[in-house]
Design a protein around this ligand. Structure first.
Ligand SMILES: [Zn+2]
Ligand SMILES: [Zn+2]
Length: 164
C-alpha cells in the first residue's frame, strides 16, 4: 500500500482540546464558504466526535449531549450527523455504526479505515490506490460505484502487544 499519508501507529489517544478547536474552526470555515449553517447542535455533535478517543454511535452522542445539559431527540441528532456526513466532516463506519471525524474535509473522498477489534480505536488512512483498484474492478463488471468504504478490522499496536 503506497501513498498512505498517515504512516505510523494507529492513534489511540484522545485528541487535545487544541486539536478539537482547530477542527471545529476548520469546519466553521468550510460551512461558511459553502453557505451552510453550522448550528449549535451540529457544532456540539462534531465537537464530541472530534474529541472522542474512538468513534461514537448516535446513542453515545445522545448521552454525551444530555451530560452537557442538552436534550436532543434522536431524529435531531441523526439529522445533524447526516449534515456532517454530507459536508465530509465525519465518516460513518458501517462495521459498528459509529462516526469518526475526518481531518481532510476540504476534498470529498471515500474512506479507508483501520478499526481495532480490541479497543475500538480507528484510523483513517488516505490511500488513493486502494480505492482506484476497487473502482477498476467494479468497472470491469460494468458496475458504477456510488459509495465505497473500506473498513479493515484487526488489532492496533497496543492491543497486539497486550495479546503477547
Ligand atoms: Zn476522510
Ligand atoms: Zn486497540
Amino acid at each position: 500500500m503506497t501513498e498512505c499519508t498517515h504512516q505510523g501507529e494507529v492513534s489511540c489517544t484522545r485528541p487535545s482540546s487544541q486539536q478539537v478547536r482547530d477542527l471545529l474552526r476548520q469546519a466553521e470555515r468550510l460551512c461558511s464558504q459553502r453557505k451552510q449553517r453550522f448550528t449549535e447542535l451540529r457544532r456540539s455533535v462534531l465537537g464530541l466526535i472530534c474529541g472522542g478517543q474512538r468513534p461514537l454511535g448516535a446513542y453515545a452522542l445522545l448521552d454525551e449531549l444530555r451530560k452537557q445539559g442538552r436534550s436532543a431527540a434522536p431524529p435531531t441528532v441523526y439529522r445533524a450527523l447526516d449534515f456532517l456526513q454530507q459536508q465530509g466532516l465525519v465518516h460513518r463506519l458501517a462495521t459498528n455504526n459509529t462516526y469518526i471525524a475526518c481531518a481532510h474535509p476540504q476534498r470529498s473522498h471515500e474512506g479507508v479505515f483501520l478499526v481495532c477489534n480490541g479497543c475500538g480505536c480507528t484510523q483513517e488512512i488516505h490511500s488513493h490506490d486502494v480505492l482506484e483498484t476497487l473502482q477498476g474492478c467494479a468497472g470491469e463488471f460494468r458496475f458504477r460505484v456510488e459509495h465505497a468504504a473500506v473498513e479493515i478490522s484487526g488489532l492496533c499496536q497496543h492491543c497486539e502487544s497486550a495479546h503477547e
